[in-house]
Design a protein around this ligand. Structure first.
Ligand code: PLP
Length: 442
């Protein structure tokens, strides 16, 4: 007997990224911290953080209370008015941002933030080309899906003109045949320099990249790479946009992942972790180059819900709770002391584990059919649909009460930043068992 919620879902909800007919979504009714539960009273340890979103876990009391208080005072106000929740959120975010970034343009999520960052960069430079990386994801609206460098772009082409693609570093599958991280960084920078030259630097408005690549495999840039990109951009008057929608606000054990390498972009886009996704919120943090462009003339863009009070109140509470709970230090410690050594053991034990990599609570286990050739356990496909072996690995995790995040041939370890050390360790035990399923396809 299925519930009314399930029946209504199947009859009327059209789901993202999915073939509709065979879907059978778990109906979630509650959550607390790193756990959520479904209508049949099954509890799951959330190793997906709901699309790497819920950094402070389910139902954080301070964030819930802030939303309730704001709702009681004022639910909404148009962006042209001032509002204390919005201005406090902007101040907190600008104070945390590196370099001379000083102002925040609020959006409803990550894809809109990237759309606006591109628009700002084009208008501020008077140039039109945007260099975007292969193996990136920047969102699902027309511009951002064009920036995206993975198969999710294919069915949506052609879309926004003016995007030119380049390869970023990926030591495990080096496009540059490098033999060390330092060499990978050096060659990736030489390649980008060549792209600049061949495209004509005077036509390039911005380079956009994910500081740490998220859904395309948690690719942590080698030391020196981001500083090198910054230097190339400076040399040619090109703006650097760092997409921190997934990597920001605690996920990498930093407010912004760029802080780890002390690099200051011209624009940072954010969403997700800024308020743990409790109310949709994203934005662009911008500095003088963009600000001054629009100091005396109108910025031609806006959103009805920009800086929505409920979303901003949730952001203020989230950021303050993160500070008080020392989340960044905690995430760095758990990443280095718990996750890194455990994943190294999994790699020793399971032949199908080709590579493990990450930082903070942002890790990927890359599965292969053959360690020598590095053939992917499952191939890329345009729809992004999970292939049978990955569905089986995911099912094995769920059967033991862990909700995993899988993408193509990878299992990502991305639990909420508030996960207890014991739960984290138990979750990794479950993944260890589930990888036996992947080994059968090896
Ligand atoms: N940028 C990155 C790096 C992301 O991971 C995502 C979503 O996962 C987006 C942008 C798009 O964000 P949204 O889904 O909020 O539009």
């Amino acid at each position: 007997m299925t519930s009314q919620a399930f029946q209504d879902d199947r009859a009327h909800v059209f789901h993202s990224w999915s073939a509709q007919r065979a879907l059978a979504p778990a109906v979630v009714v509650g959550g607390e911290g790193a756990w959520f539960w479904t209508e049949d009273d099954t509890r799951y340890l959330d190793f997906s953080s709901q699309l790497v979103n819920l950094n402070m876990g389910h139902q954080h009391p301070r964030v819930v209370a802030a939303i309730q208080e704001q709702a009681a005072a004022l639910c909404t106000v148009a962006p042209s008015f001032g509002n204390a929740a919005r201005s406090e959120a902007a101040r907190l975010i600008a104070d945390l941002a590196p370099g001379d970034l000083s102002h925040v343009f609020f959006t409803n999520g990550g894809t809109e933030a990237n759309e606006h960052a591109v628009r700002m960069a084009r208008l501020a430079t008077g140039r039109h080309k945007i260099l975007a990386a292969y193996r990136s994801y920047h969102g699902a609206t027309t511009g951002s899906i064009t920036l995206t460098g993975d198969p999710r772009r294919w069915p949506n082409e052609p879309a926004m003109p003016g995007v030119v693609r380049f390869f970023g570093p990926y030591p495990y599958r080096s496009p540059f045949h490098a033999e060390s991280e330092a060499q990978e960084s050096e060659r990736a920078l030489a390649h980008l320099d060549e792209v600049f030259t061949l495209e004509g630097p005077q036509t390039i408005a911005a380079v956009i990249l994910e500081t740490v690549v998220g859904t395309n495999g948690i690719l942590v840039p080698p030391d020196g790479y981001l500083a090198g990109v910054r230097e190339l951009c400076d040399r040619h008057g090109v703006l650097l946009i760092c997409d921190e929608v997934m990597s920001g606000f605690g996920r990498c054990g930093e407010w912004f992942a760029v802080d780890r390498w002390n690099v200051a972009p011209d624009l940072i886009t954010f969403a997700k972790g800024v308020n743990s996704g409790y109310v949709p919120l994203g934005g662009v943090v911008l500095g003088p180059r963009v600000y001054e462009t629009f100091a005396e003339r109108a910025y031609p863009g806006g959103l009805t819900y920009s800086g929505h009070p409920l979303a901003c109140a949730a952001a203020v509470a989230t950021i303050n709770a993160m500070k008080d709970e020392g989340i960044n230090e905690r995430v760095r410690r758990l990443g280095e002391e718990v996750v890194r050594p455990r994943l190294a053991k999994l790699q020793e034990r399971h032949p199908s584990v080709g590579d493990v990599r990450g930082l903070g609570l942002f890790w990927a286990i890359e599965l292969v059919k053959d360690r020598a050739t590095r053939e992917m356990l499952v191939p890329y496909n345009a729809a992004g649909e999970a292939a049978k072996p990955m569905l089986e690995v995911a099912a094995a995790c769920k059967a033991q009460g862990v909700w995993p995040f899988t993408h193509f041939n990878r299992l990502h370890v991305v639990p909420p930043c508030v996960t207890t050390e014991k739960d984290l360790s138990n979750g990794l035990d479950v993944i260890d068992d589930a990888l036996d399923v992947a080994d059968r396809y090896y």
